[in-house]
Design a protein around this ligand. Sequence first.
Ligand SMILES: Nc1nc2c(ncn2[C@@H]2O[C@H](COP(=O)(O)OP(=O)(O)OP(=O)(O)O)[C@@H](O)[C@H]2O)c(=O)[nH]1
Ligand SMILES: [Mg+2]
Length: 400
Amino acid sequence: MITRTFHVSDLSQGLRTIKDQVGDDAIILSTQRQDDGSLEVKVGLDPSSQSREFEPEPQAKVPDELASLKALVRELKGQIQGLTHEVRQKPAAQFRSDAWAMDPMVGLRAAIARINDRGADDSFGRSVGILTQVLTVHGVHPSHVEQLLAYAFGSNVDWESDPSKLHGIVRNFMEQHLLTTTPLWATRSNHQEVAVVMGATGVGKTTTVAKIAAHASRVGSKKVGIICADTFRIGAAYQISTYAELLDLPIQMVSSPDELQRALRKFKDLDLILIDTMGRNPWGKPSPDQNRFTLRDIEEVLDSMDVLSTFHLCVAASTRVEDAMDIARSFDGITPDGLIVTKLDESRAPGVLYSAACAAQVPISHVCDGPLVPEHIQSPTPSEMVSWVFRGYACAREDK
Ligand SMILES: Nc1nc2c(ncn2[C@@H]2O[C@H](COP(=O)(O)OP(=O)(O)OP(=O)(O)O)[C@@H](O)[C@H]2O)c(=O)[nH]1
Ligand SMILES: [Mg+2]
């Protein structure tokens, strides 16, 4: 309730004046005769009353407090705006170490702020958009796209005035981080090498073994032997025997650790032994028959015989990028020493090879781009592979 005090000479006349001023809804709270003979009348009114005349008592301090609060808010707002402006004015170089060493998102957020500042039709913004799209469409995992952009945004290069430089920074970074290793036909070692080729079913293991064997014996002038550890799939032995016969290379079939040991002893004078293995579901449990002779068994035999061995994982380029990254880290309990990317000709996403190799920190040893033995295998440089990621494999090959 709001109250107000009036001083009138007599009650009946005073009430009329009071009602004129505050309306009929006002109620008399108290009357008191004063020393000078006048009458003090205190009236009260419900605030929801429609009376426009009825002003609150002047002692109410609420408006003053509101005004000072408003002033404080204005001052704080000004300070926040000043700070935001200061952050936006910082040159890219100042974000560099923080962005990369502490949180890759910092560089990204700073760049997004700059794009927003410049408006939608900025060529820098467009360049960033195109780069993001090219990498994503070509199969690079989103986390790697984010990492590449964050690195570029934090670099010292003046890409803001020339956005095309952005691509150059990203390409260089990718080339430096994409690991490769000497193909098996070109290694120079005084010791015998044993290479186990593993991978999911149908990815091209047997065909790849035949391609590598052909290059190693014809181009690399190595004495090569093949061991087939896939006696489970119908036709597997026949397929690899046919290749061995065509290439005029010795072959042994093994289905147990003992047989593998015997085969390795028989081949003790050869330079390179290629072991073709059975296709396995990377995530499923093997059937009891498949479980008879596992990759672990092969690894144990090789370790016990003290031979120099490497495990090469075949991954089809058409594999979903998340799956390829997972498999490359560990396949059937084995950490691969090298990646063989197969069926690149059947994929539109060469970025899978970048993401799989980077996620697992495993070098790419060979790339296969067709079914023909021995033609469709190569050992590309990081620069070639990165240009596939940027241009798409087919386009980059056509331009060559
Ligand atoms: N387009 C294309 N086809 C390929 C490539 N590599 C292999 N192939 C074909 O893929 C099919 C399977 O190849 P295999 O070498 O038998 O595959 P695998 O991994 O040994 O198969 P399993 O032993 O059954 O697990 C065959 O038809 C090959 O000709 C490649 O790089 N590109
Ligand atoms: Mg096979």
